[in-house]
Design a protein around this ligand. Structure first.
Ligand code: BGC
Length: 546
């Protein structure tokens, strides 16, 4: 029941996995150029393993002009010199495996950099061997782009190529042209790039913007969306991108057979997993569709990466997904390199470390795999970024109403001393805010009551109780600011309760229980009797119910 994984669990390690997301530029700078790198990750593997996580997901480290900080790949098989060499990657992989950690790499399949040799060739004329590798279209009679599609990063989704006298499609920056997946040669080439890394021994792939691979071949206009339905899911709400229903520029039906092709390749490599990133008109439905039998192993979307925060929102999202997902599998995250840090997003203007502990506990108790973003284990807040410090092109385009994604990407504070808080020996690519020094790893290691130590204890509890890893989930009625659910196993259930408010709340327990709340979490529930638990502000509470 507790402790060791069953054989099925071991083969399907990903179902219960906690995946630690490493933003490579900001974990640790080993060569002193102000930017994190692969040897830096290798040097910090001891720390990552000490958290108790199962795997790391490393953001793109491939050759790139870095217009979108690596999500614009110019050579899928090369390591960018900023981050090291292929040998550095092999060393990292072997060292991670030596510590029992799996390594998931990020694959950007839907688009490339405009500096990629494929695009350089494709843009030359309409007859070259790669002429149809990207999405090219003639101008309309009046010279305007072929349809109304928009780029998520601002402006239209089409850019004119003078040499070819045609427009090309880009769902993101104009230096990130979209590949034409309708062309079977493109599909085969992309699978060959993926296979390169499979053969190197990686344990999985996080698939960037995976529902953007295919576009509507008829190039139909997206219909408008009424103001009351506009919302930000992975993009800023004041972005006109939110004014359309994205029916034709992404999430096309041709994607499903391609996912099946990808899966047959992956299945030739035992235990390798795929994790898709999804942002569509109905992301929960797309997650279910993309993780159905024979497609991806798991997927995440932006439902818990938004500003909206309440017990109701979390309950509604998880229950809705449960109803739709069937045999598919979710991966939950409450923060990543694309959104404001959860402690600032959900915790209000002066968040407390107790909230950081609660957000981590909550994430680690939901049914599904988990992506935990570097710095969440320390309870980092969003870093304040001044206009002159902005590096993110998305922030530059929408300043000041949207400040971009730099505030969640600042370097990890390893120490409360030194120029870059122990991250680098020189000025880092983004500043470490003074307030992050108080959350430095060195300080939290020494403090049993820190967010970091609570994080470790919560992962240990998840390892100990199989119900928290693979049990079903059922929500129970609770006061409005309390999120209350059971993770149900064949023999017993684990009750999980979170008080989202700053007031104490009393819970009536469904029956006899044993309190298994990890010791030292701040704060522990103030008191409980046989049938009552008082949850102090921002408390988490776990109990085994027979
Ligand atoms: C990544 C972003 C990136 C975008 C374009 C994503 O969703 O997470 O960081 O800018 O794809 O590749």
């Amino acid at each position: 029941m507790t402790g060791a994984l069953t054989t099925t669990e071991a083969a399907e390690w990903w179902r219960s996995a906690v995946i630690y997301q490493v933003y490579v530029r900001s974990l640790y700078d080993a060569n002193g150029d102000g930017i994190g790198d692969l040897p830096g990750i290798t040097q910090r593997l001891e720390y990552i393993a000490s958290l108790g996580v199962d795997a790391l997901w490393i953001t793109p480290f491939f050759r790139s002009p870095m217009d979108d900080f690596g999500y614009d790949v110019s050579d899928h098989r090369a390591v960018d010199p900023l981050f090291g060499t292929l040998e550095d990657f092999d060393t990292l992989l072997a060292a991670a495996h030596g510590k029992g950690l799996r390594v998931i790499i990020d694959q950007v399949l839907s688009h490339t950099s405009d500096q990629h040799s494929w695009f350089q060739e494709s843009r030359q004329d309409r007859n070259n061997p790669k002429a149809d590798w990207y999405v090219w279209a003639d101008a309309r009679e009046d010279g305007t782009p072929p349809n109304n599609w928009l780029s998520i990063f601002g402006g239209g989704a089409w850019t004119w190529e003078p040499t070819r006298q045609q427009y090309y499609l880009h769902n993101f920056l104009n230096s990130q042209p979209d590949l034409n997946f309708h062309n079977p040669e493109v599909q085969s080439q992309i699978l060959a790039e993926v296979q390169f890394w499979l053969d190197r021994g990686v344990d999985g792939f996080r698939l960037d913007a995976i529902n953007f691979c295919f576009h509507d071949e008829q190039l139909r206009d997206n219909p408008p969306k009424p103001p009351e339905e506009r919302e930000g899911r992975g993009f800023s709400v004041d972005n006109p991108y939110a004014w359309q229903r994205h029916l034709y520029n992404n999430t096309r039906p041709e994607m499903l057979p391609f996912l099946e092709r990808l899966r047959s390749l992956i299945d030739r490599y035992p235990s390798v997993v795929t994790l898709g990133e999804i942002s569509s008109e109905d992301s929960l439905a797309t997650m279910a569709e993309y993780t159905a039998q024979g497609r991806l192993h798991m997927a995440y979307s932006f439902e818990l990466l938004v500003d909206e925060y309440s017990a109701q929102h979390i309950k509604r999202t998880v229950e809705e997904l449960e109803q739709r997902i069937g045999q598919g599998w979710p991966c939950w995250s409450v923060g990543n390199h694309d959104v404001r840090r959860v402690l600032s997003r959900w915790g209000g203007p002066n968040p407390s470390p107790m909230q950081a502990v609660m957000f981590n506990n909550l994430l680690l108790s939901l049914k599904g795999s988990v992506c935990s973003y570097q710095g969440e284990e320390l309870g980092l807040t969003e870093s304040p970024i001044q206009r002159h410090q902005v590096r993110d092109p998305y922030g530059l385009a929408f300043w000041p109403t949207f400040k971009g994604r730099d505030g969640c990407r600042t370097p990890l504070p390893w120490s409360n001393e030194g120029t870059a808080a122990g991250f680098s020996s020189t000025t880092p690519w983004l500043p470490v805010p003074t307030e992050h020094r108080a959350s430095a790893v060195s300080l939290q290691e020494a403090d049993e009551a820190s967010v970091l130590q609570a994080y470790r204890r919560m992962i240990a509890l998840r390892r100990e109780l199989s119900e928290l890893r693979t049990g079903d989930i059922r929500f129970l009625d609770a006061p409005s600011d309390v999120l209350l659910f059971e993770r149900r196993g064949p023999e017993r259930n684990v009750l999980c309760a979170f008080n989202l408010s700053a007031e104490s709340v009393e819970l009536t327990m469904p029956g006899a229980f044993t309190d298994v709340t990890p010791p030292g979490l701040t704060p522990s529930p103030a008191e409980h009797t046989d049938s009552r638990v008082v949850l102090t502000k921002f408390a988490s509470f776990f109990a085994v119910v027979d």
